[in-house]
Design a protein around this ligand. Sequence first.
Ligand SMILES: Nc1ncnc2c1ncn2[C@@H]1O[C@H](COP(=O)(O)OP(=O)(O)OP(=O)(O)O)[C@@H](O)[C@H]1O
Length: 578
Amino acid sequence: MRTFSTIIASSTPIGRYLISRLSLRRSHAISVKPQASTPPMAAADASNEESLRRTLAEKQSAVDAQGNAVRALKAAKASKSEIDAAIESLNRLKLEKSSVERELQSVVSGSGGGASVNREAFRQTVFNTLERRLFFIPSFKIYRGVAGLYDYGPPGCAVKSNVLAFWRQHFVLEEDMLEVDCPCVTPEAVLKASGHVEKFTDLMVKDEKMGTCYRADHLLKDFCNEKLEKDLSLYAEKAAELRHLLAVLDDLSAEELGAKIKEYGITAPDTKNPLSDPYPFNLMFQTSIGPSGLIPGYMRPETAQGIFVNFKDLYYYNGNKLPFAAAQIGQAFRNEISPRQGLLRVREFTLAEIEHFVDPQDKSHPKFSEVANLEFLMFPREEQMSGKSAKRIPLGEAVSKGIVNNETLGYFIGRVYLFLTCLGIDKERLRFRQHLANEMAHYAADCWDAEIECSYGWIECVGIADRSAYDLHAHTEKSGVALVAQEKFSEPREVEKLVIAPVKKELGLAFKGSQKNVVEALEAMNEKEAMEMKAALESKGEVEFYVCTLGKNVCIKKNMLLFLTRKEGHQRVFTHQL
Ligand SMILES: Nc1ncnc2c1ncn2[C@@H]1O[C@H](COP(=O)(O)OP(=O)(O)OP(=O)(O)O)[C@@H](O)[C@H]1O
């Protein structure tokens, strides 16, 4: 019998669907099409755009230089014919510049970045129509409403319920997932363990005069996008810098964001007033549970934690077997700093999440072959870093070449693709973008977002991640309940394990009353630590060892320990990976 320390992991929050987003996006995707057919920017367009930008910058310098020449001639009171000739040449250069400008404008419009005025007007029309027809209604409208809160009217409820029914059919029923339904109000301890209390923050800046708050990364993102779309005189190097900034935006610290905001002179969008330095703001709505107000809690910012805390029971329900998946559909709450973009960024929304638990040493998927031949737009991190565009890759190839980390992750990317396209999302406006290394949490093995191109640009609507067993680990540690799985081998297996057997008599003589603590600390060592101690004792004969309960280092000598290699059998150890 061999002890099992843990589990599985690959908690894969697959379908983080914001139903409201999906339903509205679908309208966007369908209706924007006739307005301006805007396929994703092809690589050729991108390089053409860059070369046009370079030419435009050269023409601009030539115009500036010729303008200076004309002014100099006038100042020097040169002859009229000389001045006229210089002006003619200036006009010729201006004409050339305008023609490059027009060409660039048409390339930019063709790549989906232009026609922004039309887009804006069109979006407003769609938004108004949906509101007039009661697909949605700003909540508490008769009291002037609250930003980021929306009701669904009758047709909105019907769409939402259809999308949810399809989601449940496509994922939960098709894959025999275990569905749960947990409360929205969550005790602080749970969200402390998951890291939300400490880290679920966005960086905020304030209009220094009016006090209005904005998300710092969004202001920088809007600035970069607008420059790239509209500033036709942008140098190629500057454009590349802004694209790079967009790629690493999620990773900027408060200081870096603040420095960029200052460098680009970004001001409050509504008033143009200066902005404060960015500072973190926790997005969770805080509350207290019970009349005494003594039990702090939060409205859950995601539904996944309900699945993690129920892991032990779900695992038992599944016959103590892996793999299995659990799913939850429910409300999530985020006190967004400045909810704009209509239903795309709201303060309460419906999430549909799946956590799929697998053996960390075997992330193959029995049904992967069913999706391996799907081919769609993928945007691996290398392409993003080198400024290239998303490209079509067969899913099987993406996994076999290691672009997607493993089959299970690949399988769910394929299933999400099928779900979204069955819903009616235009395949040309759907891509899977890999997180850059710096965007991912350190424990994550790989993450991909399904992004849909709508009138706001490419918007993340599903996150698919191999998060290892981070959350199970965290809840095990904080709750003291082991959220682990064991795998029983059909045949017992013999394994060798180094264990430490302290010689109590020697330790008693050396440490007297503290002997018990020292023995316990030694016995609690894991195998790696035991090997290290064995090696150190063999080479030096003694070693300094920290005993937490005594709060000090003690000196362990060779004669105080007996090292044994003991045979154990019959189960295999999974280790919980971070
Ligand atoms: N305030 C919101 N309103 C609507 N949908 C949201 C909101 N926040 C997140 N989502 C959606 O929920 C999904 C899961 O949330 P996740 O925690 O991965 O988002 P996120 O990466 O924190 O989003 P962002 O960085 O855009 O705030 C996302 O894919 C996104 O589509």
